[in-house]
Design a protein. Structure first.
Length: 383
């Protein structure tokens, strides 16, 4: 029997397929129906939910979830945007792609390909998938060389299999003596003036949002439009997540003043570090790193968690604290239309120059220094 495909693209579709959507074992909370619909409802710009399901009888064998929106597709050099054309984009959310196999996903992929060929969307953005997975190879077949965005680098996703105790985590690190000394340094220096506050339910939402906003306003992340921002959308999404136990928030206080925060996902046994920030005045104390150790300690104590996911990227602390890793890569596939190919060609030309510059700085060892200089400059500009 051929697989059947169902799509949710209107409010009536979402209502009709609600039980199907809620029954999928998504990989991240962003794909949960309540979370995604709240994001759609709170956005002022044109945006609509999207979900597709491949069914074998009554059993879901593949599913995707995301949103269709009019938005910019920025291309930047460092932290500066140099080109940002607008496009109608189907953005599949992080964790919003699940399938029993590449073959099981084929009917859903055929539906996405039809949307591209008809020009219903200018591009489909595919979230990070393991580079050696059959699922990623299946999605790569959505478009040919003229449609796939070039120069998308793979990156490592590093994870930690949580040990039974924080001491066991520390003892397993090559730098365990230094780590133990560092973990205790601020405790000894500040004693009762140092505190970590953990928000696990909506009762602490207002206090966390105010504290995180106070910290984030002074970070370089704010200057580039990332990190936490105390907006109605962020508050509502955080409220929903806290109600369902999908997120957990941490704030480090010194003499009652908030100096660092971490916002983490807690979903299906995995804690994922999301956004973070620390007060520039506490950089010498490494307040952000100290708070991360307390996050890891809390995760080790939680019997409902088995994995800590440090997210994409290869920062030093991720290499030091993780136990496993694999390469991931996202994709941007453009429509085989004049508009889609024009967008890809123009963006690709700029991305090629950026990639060449990146390779030169990597080869000369200047990349890290340039990145630090950009971040310091952004902090000054935003202050």
């Amino acid at each position: 029997m051929p697989l059947r495909v169902e799509q949710a693209r209107t409010p009536d579709d979402v209502e009709r397929l609600g039980a199907l959507w809620d029954g999928v074992a998504w990989r991240r909370e962003e794909a949960e129906r309540e979370y995604l619909l709240a994001r759609v409802r709170l956005r002022a710009e044109a945006i609509a939910p999207f979900a597709g399901f491949a069914l074998d009888g009554e059993r879901t064998v593949a599913a995707v979830a995301g949103r269709i929106e009019e938005r910019a597709l920025p291309v930047g050099i460092g932290y500066r945007t140099v080109y940002a054309p607008h496009a109608r984009l189907l953005q599949l959310v992080d964790g919003g792609v699940v399938a029993e196999s590449g073959d099981a996903a084929r009917p859903v992929l055929d539906a996405l390909r039809t949307m591209l060929e008809r020009g219903e969307v200018d591009a489909v953005a595919v979230p990070p998938l393991p580079v050696d997975s059959t699922l990623r190879r299946s999605f790569a077949a959505l478009g040919g060389p003229l449609e796939r965005q070039p120069f998308i680098r793979p990156w490592p996703r590093r994870t930690l299999t949580l040990p039974e105790s924080f001491d066991e985590f520390v003892d397993a690190r090559p730098s365990r003596v230094r780590l133990k000394r560092y973990a205790k340094r601020l405790d000894k220096q500040l004693g009762d003036e140092l505190a970590v506050e953990i928000t696990r339910d909506p009762s602490g939402l207002d206090r966390f949002a105010r504290d995180a906003e106070a910290i984030a306003a002074a970070t370089y992340q704010r200057a580039v439009g990332s990190g936490f921002a105390d907006t109605p959308e962020q508050r509502e999404l955080l409220r929903i997540s806290l109600e369902h136990g999908w997120q957990r928030a941490y704030v480090l206080r010194i003499r009652e003043a908030p100096v660092a925060y971490w916002l983490c996902s807690t979903y299906h046994g995995t804690m994922t570090t999301r956004v973070t920030g620390y007060s520039p005045e506490r950089e010498h104390d490494r307040a952000g790193s100290y708070l991360l150790l307390r996050v890891i300690e809390d995760a080790c104590r939680d019997p409902g968690l088995h994995t800590l996911d440090f997210g994409p990227g290869d920062a030093d602390y991720k290499r030091h604290f993780s136990s496993d890793s694999h390469l991931e890569q996202n994709m941007l596939v453009f429509a085989p239309t004049v508009q889609g190919r024009r967008l890809n060609l123009t963006r690709g030309a700029i991305l090629g120059g950026v990639e060449l510059a990146r390779r030169l700085t990597d080869a000369t060892g200047f990349t890290g220094g340039i990145r630090k200089t950009w971040r310091k400059r952004l902090r000054r500009q935003d202050s």
